[in-house]
Design a binder for this molecule. Structure first.
Ligand code: ZN
Length: 103
């Protein structure tokens, strides 16, 4: 499994450095079971998954195998999906629930 971290994710992690450990643990767990832990999002976040780190604080990510399985990789906003291996997870964002859904 390959993990990619978007710039906004890294930046947000720096901002929320107090829970860095918790986020890192969750990232590791997601990499083992991306589909079990994630909740698929809808609407214009279709294709994305969210997973809570703690109450009201979530990680948003993409799993490229899932992007393609849906057969709607043109709808899923996974920018360079075609160049990625199936087993790629892109960590898009972390943040308080409401803020994260505003992307
Ligand atoms: Zn993808």
């Amino acid at each position: 499994m390959e993990a990619l971290f978007e710039k906004v994710f890294v930046k947000a992690l720096r901002k929320h450095s107090g829970i860095k450990k918790q986020v890192e643990n969750k990232v590791r767990m997601i990499m083992e079971q991306p589909l079990t832990l994630g909740e698929p999002l809808k609407g214009n976040l279709r294709g994305f998954y969210s997973c809570p780190v703690k109450k009201s604080f979530i990680i948003i990510y993409l799993y490229c195998r899932a992007c393609r399985k849906k057969g709607d990789d043109t709808v899923v906003a996974c920018s360079d999906c075609a160049e990625r291996d199936d087993e790629t997870i892109k960590f898009v964002l972390i943040g308080p629930h409401d803020e994260a859904y505003g992307i």
